[in-house]
Ligand binder design. Sequence first.
Ligand code: S3P
Length: 432
Amino acid sequence: MRLKVLSGKRFNEEFIVDSDKSISHRCAIFSLLTEGVNEIKNYLRAEDTLNSLEIAKALGAEVEDNGEVIKIKAPKELKEADDVLYCGNSGTTIRIYMGLLAGIDGFFVLTGDRYLKKRPMGRVANPLRSIGAKIDGRDNGNLAPLAVRGGELKSFEYESKIASAQVKSALILAALNADKPSFYKEPFLSRDHTERMLKGMGAELEVNINPDLSCEITIYPLTKKLSPLTFEVPNDPSSAFFFAVAAAITNSTAVIKNITLNPTRIEAYKVLEKMGAEVEYLLKEDRYEPIGDIIVKGKNLKAIEVSQKIPWLIDEIPALAMAMAVAEGKSVVRNAKELRVKESDRIKAVVENLRKCGIEANELEDGFEIRGGIPKKALINSYGDHRIAMSFAVLGLICGMEIDDVDCINTSFPNFFKLFSKIAEFEVENGN
Ligand code: S3P
């Protein structure tokens, strides 16, 4: 599909975006460790998270969905699936399931779409192999399809070089199935939904966050099944951020409802604030996560340098780049090499597409530089990456835009077009 953004307008609107992708994946996967019936409200019904749920079913879970609540009952023991486990576009699905399945007796094959099959899996496969997991795949187990022969795992002490919630989550799940307590360290705290949820379900984890924000976790093997989840998933701050940027660049107001205010997820809003937008955070409740509303009011934006706390805003950098494209001065993003191995090479995708819009932008090895200007309409290649597609749709509010290959938006945010229609005139053409 091709999206043609015709025009945008100034707005003062409320946005109830789709539910959180990271937390929804974890609800499906962690349910498999429980005894009893998990009841999940507001589960994200997007391609990525539905794939995680399908895999839970293939492993023997009974899943009932009445449209409002999804009930998941795990089997006593996970069964060997009789087919390949399809993870679609989702790095979270394939990497976290690898950690779980490595400790389950059986043979499992995980694969995904053409984009996922290019993304590095060695970051999970290698540490899992070092504790006894049998994992193979293309490029010596670095690329899907991946074959996992699950079995007994040894405890470990592992210091990860990258701050990655997917790697951390995979290793925590493996540690729950290991013989003795394990220790995991990451150089900077990555999103911590796994720790919060598993602890809430009764797993024994000791988490220590150091003053430099490095993080150490001791994980004790499970001695019994976990308590089932009864949980309403909050909405997704990463999805909502497209509307935050939309408000910021059009001098508008976006009231974003019921999102997780977990600090590891909302750092991009803080950057937008530093660029000149007015941002208000209204904490309403705490259910595993702090949850509330964020109000963003657009003001004239100025350039910024972003090189700190990158794991807390990595998914929002493409959208932030759109704010940088209209801000006064030269913005720089550094220490963000991970962008190169997301759903696309997001450094290349952002820079190449911004240049098409007449904005001066340069790739750096670990980020980019953008000099703010007056963008013009162009034909954008999304590279099949949902966040690239939605970011340039938002930039189109100012100058119009045509974006190829926007089907990918359904991987994370099926209601995007409905909400976007509150603030933009656009057409979607099939056949591209
Ligand atoms: C995610 C972790 C992040 C993020 C991804 C979702 C998760 O990746 O970019 O979109 O749900 O665990 P890392 O594994 O690099 O932290």
